[in-house]
Design a protein around this ligand. Structure first.
Ligand SMILES: C[S@@+](CC[C@H](N)C(=O)[O-])C[C@H]1O[C@@H](n2cnc3c(N)ncnc32)[C@H](O)[C@@H]1O
Length: 273
């Protein structure tokens, strides 16, 4: 039944989105029309569904964050787990005259959609990694060697790494490997903006955010069958996880686990030590 409702939803919502995007375009400034034109169609399909409101909230929040923290001219930005490439239009403003935005994801449909939507953005590229995630299974992608992380960037080469809603799909062991990899590929003093679900004992009615099953000390999931569905972490454990490699420049709290800010997840703005 759920599947039928889902199908009906996409049959109505997806075609309707073309109409209201068109109407929105007619009444908007040229600068705003650019953002509407760079909304990926695939966002409205089952590949990686996100709502229009959620999309816009992210564009605004990251436009402000990048403007405040990313001071380097012509920066190299790597977006780990880029999904539908939500940060490509934002990053484009910073790399259009030099530098590069590289979106990396394990999901072949998402990378195809990114290449399709953002082919016109100068200095923005996308890479399908061989790295795997149990919640985003891929068929036909060759496995990386054990312990290897498949990112096509050199150590010390990146000025900003983002990972939005990606550590929220990594168990502790993998999270440590990616933390260390981020540290390695960042340039001295480079920035990272990473999101997490901090477990606060808050009861969200959405079962995805009910982090009741402890995996390892301080690390939780809401889904024992596939823990990578959603991973939460205690605040003090997160600070210990970050401390050896990064200075915390800002912490924007996530509302889905009871934080006080409008961001959905906890955002940590970090600087490589
Ligand atoms: C919840 S989505 C978030 C997508 C995007 N960052 C956003 O905020 O819209 C998580 C993304 O991380 C990707 N992902 C998960 N594990 C990954 C890994 N080990 N390497 C690369 N991508 C990964 C998934 O394929 C998925 O696109």
């Amino acid at each position: 039944m759920r599947e039928i409702f889902k199908r009906i939803f996409y049959v109505i919502y997806f075609p309707a989105s073309f109409v209201w995007r068109k109407l929105d375009t007619i009444g908007s400034w040229r600068e705003t029309r650019w953002w509407i034109a760079h909304l990926p169609n695939a966002m409205f399909t089952p590949a990686t569904y996100a709502s229009y409101a959620g999309w816009l909230q992210n564009q605004g929040m990251f436009s402000a964050l990048f403007s405040l923290y990313l001071k380097k001219e012509k920066p190299n930005i790597m977006d780990f787990g880029c999904g539908m490439g939500g940060l490509a239009p934002v990053s484009h403003y910073f790399v259009k005259n030099g530098g590069k935005y590289l979106g990396v994801d394990t999901d072949a449909k998402s990378i195809a959609a990114c290449r399709n939507t953002y082919g016109d953005l100068q200095n923005c590229e996308f890479y399908l990694t061989r790295d795997q995630n149990a919640w985003y299974p891929q068929s036909g992608t060759p496995q990386p060697k054990p312990g290897e992380i498949d990112w096509p960037v050199a150590n010390g080469s990146q000025d900003l790494i983002t990972a939005m809603s990606v550590f929220t799909h990594l168990q502790e062991k993998d999270a440590f490997q990616y933390r260390d990899k981020i540290y390695e590929v960042l340039a001295p003093g480079g920035l990272a903006i990473l999101s997490f679900h901090i477990v606060r004992g808050y009861e969200n009615p959405n079962t995805t955010y009910q982090f009741k099953h402890r995996l390892t000390p301080g690390w939780y999931t809401s889904n024992v069958n596939c823990p990578e569905h959603a991973i939460g972490i205690e605040h003090d454990v997160l600070l210990k996880f970050l401390a050896p490699k990064f200075k915390v420049l800002a912490h924007i709290e996530g509302q889905v686990t009871g934080g006080r800010h409008p961001s959905l997840q906890d955002l940590m703005v970090l600087q490589k030590i």
